[in-house]
Write a protein that binds this ligand. Structure first.
Ligand code: ADP
Ligand code: MG
Length: 377
């Protein structure tokens, strides 16, 4: 049967954790309520919703809230009967979560909680919020699982290659600079304290980069918020990291098209059935620079201090937690097509690996991933 795909994912337009420094607290948000026949209302606002919608016809509604955050786009689709007041409340709630995540975890905001930690030159305990504790704790667990392939202390190397908040020229750094930046890395130097929540950086100049996990966390927080407000049919997508609950407009679980990892076109490679699960994809094909015909991606191998070079173009991970899926996708991508696949299979992780070049792809997926594949004609 021909299935309808509601969202094409992987709109990865340089989706680093980044906000416009001039407007750090504003998310650009569009709210629309659509019926089968026409768009009933379209309100564009900065920050908070200021207008009211015509009341939509029940049964035909799908609320779509979208905008820009963390250097990428986000889309939230809610498949419920809603009134205008609820729409306003949800939009405010979502904006407030996005602002909070940015203000705690962005390296692009100089006075974010994370930036304060990064600026601190101390080997003592630094008090941190529960939220940051939760995210850093998960990040360290994924580092341990992936044998250091995912590592939030890789920040100095990310910045050196020009993929951090400072806009440096896009060129390959000197080997001596790479080695110097690597001196500050290593997740095993980090120590966490649960009560009160605190961190010890271990190395004075350690610099944490949460860009590989924060989008997933933001998706989870928005999904939790919607569930707490008794919505059960929705999909939250930030830059291709997403969480889906319940059913879509067709009355079936949400469907997602996974793109072929090519830079110029957007072609669907596989359709996934998202049955109350989250999904994240990491790829080397949207955020990179080229020098002398070679592509340098924003995914860094913490062992070499260089962007990954193998033929693995993207990794998609399905997991109950978007935050874990986000970090795991980066970790498995760094590990590569063989070691990454073997780890995913051993750990029973649902993962799809697309291996190859711009023209030809081989796909490989784990046993756990099979369940979510939708047969295509
Ligand atoms: P993708 O979806 O391609 O994984 P993300 O934005 O989620 O993209 O994560 C990539 C970002 O994570 C990089 O821009 C960088 O800031 C950071 N990063 C790069 N390499 C690593 C790594 N090995 N471990 C953790 N974070 C990394
Ligand atoms: Mg990611």
């Amino acid at each position: 049967m021909q299935q309808r795909i509601l969202i094409k994912m992987n709109f990865k337009n340089n989706h680093r954790l980044k906000t416009d420094p001039a407007r750090p607290f504003m998310s650009f948000t569009t709210v629309s309520i659509r019926s089968n026949r026409s768009v009933l209302c379209l309100i564009i606002c900065l920050g908070l919703l200021t207008g009211a919608c015509d009341k939509p016809q029940p049964d035909e509604t799908l609320l779509i809230i979208d905008g820009l955050t963390m250097g990428t786009s986000y889309t939230i689709k809610i498949n419920e009967k809603l009134i205008a007041a609820e729409t306003k409340q949800i939009t405010e709630g979502i904006n407030s979560i996005l602002n909070d995540v940015n203000q705690k975890m962005s390296t692009y905001i100089t006075d974010s909680e994370l930036s304060h930690i990064n600026q601190a030159r101390t080997s003592d305990w630094i008090m941190i919020s529960d939220e940051l504790y939760t995210v850093i704790k998960s990040a360290i667990e994924i580092s341990q699982l992936t044998n250091g392939a995912f590592d939030i202390t890789v920040g100095p190397v990310v910045n050196l290659w020009g993929f951090g908040p400072e806009n440096r020229p896009e060129k390959v750094p000197a080997e001596s600079d790479i080695q110097q930046a690597l001196q500050q890395t290593g997740y095993h130097y980090l120590q966490l304290m649960a009560s009160p929540t605190a961190i010890k950086k271990g190395r004075n100049a350690a610099y944490l980069d949460l860009s590989g996990i924060a989008k997933g966390r933001a998706v989870d927080r928005i999904a939790n918020y919607l569930q707490q407000h008794h919505y059960s049919n929705f999909m939250v997508d930030i830059g291709g990291d997403l969480s889906a609950k319940g059913i879509n407009k067709d009355g079936i679980s949400w469907r997602i098209g996974i793109e072929k990892p090519v830079t110029k076109q957007r072609i669907v490679q596989r359709i996934i059935r998202l049955d109350n699960i989250s999904m994240a994809t990491s790829g080397d094909y949207r955020n990179y620079f080229e020098q002398n015909g070679l592509r340098y991606s924003h995914t860094i191998d913490p062992k070499t201090g260089r962007p990954i070079t193998h033929k693995l173009a993207s990794v998609t991970v399905l997991h109950p937690s978007t935050m874990i899926a986000d970090a795991l996708a980066t970790g498995l991508l760094v590990m590569g097509p063989t070691a990454g696949y073997e780890l995913a299979e051993k750990q029973n992780i649902a993962a799809l690996f697309l291996i190859g070049s711009e023209k030809l792809f081989n796909e490989r997926y784990t046993e756990a991933f099979k369940t979510y594949l939708v047969e295509q004609d």
